[in-house]
Design a protein around this ligand. Structure first.
Ligand code: NI
Ligand code: MN
Length: 223
């Protein structure tokens, strides 16, 4: 499995012949080096309706004829904009051709230009025998212990920016709960209020069983 970071909370995951994108905030993202039209994917996963996560999801879905996989209310919003969505909800999982997706809780909000779009989520995605956990935007919660117990997580993507989500200290605690093989920080340095030094996060993981991996925008890792 190859994981490529595109700044903020956006990742492209490739495994076998399939490719998915999570939280495709590219237009207007000062960290993103690719354009929505460069994205070729089989599915678009969106954690919640905020612009820095929903981003170019509808456009990418239409161009690629790719499903938007998100909480029910957000999929309804995307469908109204002409995308094709597959609605899910917290605790539910589903086997797609590219792999298995399960929605986890996230403590946050979810709104678009037209109002509330239900609950936000995180994703546990398994492709080709590898499992990743993308927390979405969330504060720390102790059920992360359960997510780590139920899943053998190869890579966890965790927000560290603080202000809107967990900060570094809580993200280090999240790693303790989740016990992933590697942890990748996200949701930092895009805006002034979420400025962080990700090295403080990876340094905080030294001596634990998890390796902290900082990816620059456009950089990837094979796991
Ligand atoms: Ni948000
Ligand atoms: Mn956000």
């Amino acid at each position: 499995m190859r994981i490529t970071y595109h700044g903020h909370s956006c990742f492209i995951i490739e495994a076998g012949k399939y490719k998915i994108i999570i939280d495709p905030f590219l237009s207007g993202n000062p960290m993103a080096k690719i354009k929505p039209k460069d994205v070729k994917v089989d599915a678009v996963l969106v954690t919640h309706g905020h612009g820095d996560h929903l981003g170019d999801a509808v456009d990418i879905s239409k161009r690629n004829n790719a499903l938007i996989i998100a909480p029910f209310e957000l999929v309804n919003y995307c469908n109204e904009k002409g995308a094709t969505g597959h609605p899910m909800h917290i605790g539910g999982s589903y086997n797609f051709p590219f792999g298995r997706v399960k929605l986890t809780i996230a403590h946050h909000g979810s709104t678009t230009d037209t109002g509330a779009t239900g609950n936000p989520c995180g994703f546990v995605v398994t492709m080709e025998g590898k499992t990743i956990y993308h927390a979405g935007d969330t504060g720390l919660f102790s059920d992360m212990k359960l997510i780590g117990e139920i899943n053998r997580i190869d890579a966890a993507m965790l927000p560290i920016g603080d202000n809107f989500t967990m900060g570094i200290e809580d993200a280090i605690k999240a790693v303790e709960f989740l016990r992933p093989r590697i942890a990748i920080p996200m949701h930092y340095n895009t805006f002034d209020v979420i400025r962080q030094d990700p090295k403080h996060f990876t340094d905080g993981l030294k001596g634990s069983q998890t390796k902290g991996v900082i990816l620059g925008s456009g950089e990837g890792i094979e796991i």
